[in-house]
Write a protein that binds this ligand. Structure first.
Ligand code: ACO
Length: 331
């Protein structure tokens, strides 16, 4: 976690995002389950989320985000030699969504794999890519967080269905002369895995009539426990990357937390001592897009001019697993 000299740092040189056009508002949800716009707004700060049309695949949603990130980076698909897709809603169990995307992009010389870290997917994938790029093993990485999580949401369960949305965020990473990643942090706690999980579809409960009848292919969550752990781990992880760089909250211009929901984000900021005017929030418009959330938020923060050249930025994530992680970078 030591700070590396500038010329050897790895940075983000292009960003892209893509969300489905269909908007599902809290008022739409009022017609589907026993809930209200007022309850959802007060508990989560979410107003609406995007939902993919049935039949859309995660790689299809990721593709335009990838193309945009490559365009911003000034690279061709053939220049990419590593593709990592953070996702928990892949096109298929295998092959990986990264391989499907590689084929569509035409990045024929890239090594490709998916990374499963749930909502920490984009941060874990960026940290993984950084290692390969820093060693010189690969030169240009395309890192994506993409989810069509709506396929795994139980639309009859009001305690979870109001929280999630679909989306994809992408970035191109390479070695940079200026700025780049300063420090990173990752952690996991498998003992709390069943606080947030999809029971069936793997080897534990392969698809069967029973698994379908028992709705085991849908996401299940203990919201209260997840809330507490998300706040503690995200605040501590953000502090870890700052401590490792010898910096404090005052030295950071923008925090990009996983957009789980506004109350979690506010509690993380409070615990980490970060004023909310330094915290980027777009959960109101997209809900929790899981692995896509940090990259979509980073994209919008840069597009809106919230993040400017030379700014210090902290990305911080938390997800099922449990998993958590942070990246401190100079823009
Ligand atoms: N509409 C109306 N009422 C609801 C709804 C709803 N959508 N959902 C739950 N309720 C009810 C409950 O049934 C309960 O009723 P009861 O008291 O009669 O039993 C009441 O509201 C309170 O429920 P709680 O679960 O205690 O509500 P809480 O204030 O904890 O908020 C929430 C629930 C928003 C899910 C919260 O626990 C939370 O934010 N958890 C974090 C979950 C999360 O974001 N996970 C995402 C994945 S992990 C990550 O990304 C960080």
């Amino acid at each position: 976690m030591t700070q590396s000299p500038s010329k050897n740092r790895v940075g983000v040189v292009g960003l892209g995002m893509s969300v489905p056009t269909k908007v599902l508002t809290n008022f739409d949800l009022e017609k589907m389950v026993e809930t209200s716009d007022e309850w959802i707004l007060e508990r989560t700060g979410i107003r609406e989320r995007r939902i993919a049309e049935p039949g859309t695949t995660t790689s299809e949603l990721a593709y335009p985000a990838a193309v945009e990130a490559l365009k911003q980076a000034g690279l061709k698909a053939s220049d990419v030699d590593l593709i990592i897709v953070g996702t928990t809603s892949p096109d298929m169990v295998f092959p990986s969504t990264a391989c499907v995307l590689q084929h569509r992009l035409g990045s024929t010389s890239a090594a490709c794999f998916d990374l499963s870290a749930a909502c920490s997917g984009s941060v874990f994938a960026m940290i993984t890519a950084e290692q390969y790029l820093a060693t010189g093993r690969y030169k240009n990485a395309l890192v994506i967080g993409a989810e069509i999580i709506s396929n795994f949401v139980d639309w009859t369960d009001r305690s979870t269905c109001v929280l999630f949305g679909d989306g994809a965020g992408a970035c191109v990473m390479t070695k940079v002369d200026r700025g780049g990643i300063l420090t990173t942090d990752m952690g996991s706690d498998g003992s709390a895995g069943e606080l947030l999980y999809i029971p069936a579809g793997g080897t534990k409960h392969p698809a069967s009539h029973t698994s379908i009848d028992q709705r085991l292919h849908y996401l299940r969550m203990n919201g209260t426990e997840v809330f507490k752990l998300a706040v503690r781990q995200m605040a501590d992880s953000a502090k870890n990357v700052l401590t490792a760089a010898g910096l404090s909250v005052a030295d950071v211009d923008c925090f990009i937390p996983h957009q789980a929901n506004l109350r979690i984000i506010q509690a993380v900021a409070k615990r980490a001592g970060v004023p909310m005017d330094k915290v980027f929030v777009n959960a109101d418009r997209y809900g929790n897009t899981s692995a896509a959330s940090n990259l979509i938020a980073l994209y919008e923060a840069v597009q809106q001019g919230t993040i400017k050249q030379g700014n210090r930025v902290v990305l911080v994530a938390f997800g099922a697993g449990l998993t958590w992680g942070s990246i401190l970078l100079e823009w």
